[in-house]
Design a protein around this ligand. Structure first.
Ligand code: APR
Length: 236
């Protein structure tokens, strides 16, 4: 690790929210909440069967808003770390839940979109949404139905805020990936960008993935993340 840590980037994936009651994407059966990913997470799937896609994200949103789903210790420590670390800190999440912001994280990029937002296909305006919506819902800007889609980045679409992400990766001293399988581009390549720019890289995950980080820490996020961040604060 570099002598002085001035800038840290953390990437999170579905594994950090697993202990909060939200299923990860790549279970052994390759299905996401019993649906083939192609059906519910691609523009083609939405074109084929929009009703299924609306219903799928309506269910995910209701699940997220249920009482059982709450931030866990890993989310909380990341927020605490952000407020105590004196340097630059950016949290990038692939997750579409809102558990990081509920835990108090502030400098946060949702690179794959957000469950609690919907987007107008005409104007690209983004609206907050806590309720169900579908093809029949009147758009708040067009005042007509049929124009709204979940504000989720599907396979084949461009992740959000990539300029900000790349700038942070190119200038960080430490890059930490938490609870992500490293299967999805471009997030899977972030550690390499950071490494090329001389950052120390660490993976905190339930199992060792195929990616070659400088450090691999294996365990449940709620246990390993607080410990790792506490140590990091002491050496910063
Ligand atoms: N603590 C830490 N890691 C965990 C835990 C846990 N409690 N539970 C599971 N994991 C690990 C798994 O071992 C796996 O390596 O989290 C990882 C989750 O991987 P994926 O399900 O593939 O999720 P993710 O990497 O976030 O997926 C990336 O793929 O489907 C798209 O857009 C979707 O954002 C998603 C992207």
């Amino acid at each position: 690790m570099s002598a002085r840590t001035e800038s840290i980037v953390v990437l999170t994936g579905a594994g950090i929210s697993a202990e909060s009651g939200i299923k990860t994407f790549r279970a052994a059966d390759g299905l996401w909440e019993n649906h083939p990913i192609d059906d519910v997470a691609t523009p083609e799937g939405f074109e084929r069967n929009p009703q299924l896609v609306y219903e799928f994200y309506n269910q995910r949103r209701q699940q997220l808003l249920s009482e059982q789903v709450r931030p866990n210790a890993a989310h909380s420590y990341l927020a605490k770390f952000e407020h105590e670390f004196p340097g630059n800190f950016l949290l990038i999440t692939q997750n579409v839940d809102n558990l990081h912001e509920r835990a108090g994280s502030e400098n946060l990029v949702h690179m794959h979109g957000e469950l609690l937002k919907m987007r107008c296909l005409n104007s690209q305006l983004i609206f907050d949404i806590a309720e169900d919506f579908n093809f029949d819902t009147n758009c708040r800007c067009c005042h007509s139905p049929g124009n709204l889609r979940p504000h989720i980045v599907w396979f084949g679409e461009m992740p959000l805020q990539m300029n900000k992400i790349n700038q942070a990766l190119e200038s960080c001293d430490v890059f930490v990936a938490i609870g992500t399988s490293g299967n999805v581009h471009p997030a899977s390549d972030f550690y390499q960008t950071a490494k090329i720019h001389r950052a120390h890289t660490a993976e905190l995950n339930l199992e060792r993935t195929g990616s070659r980080f400088d450090e691999h820490i294996i365990g449940n996020a709620s246990e390993v993340v607080p410990k790792y961040l506490e140590n990091l604060l002491q050496v910063c």
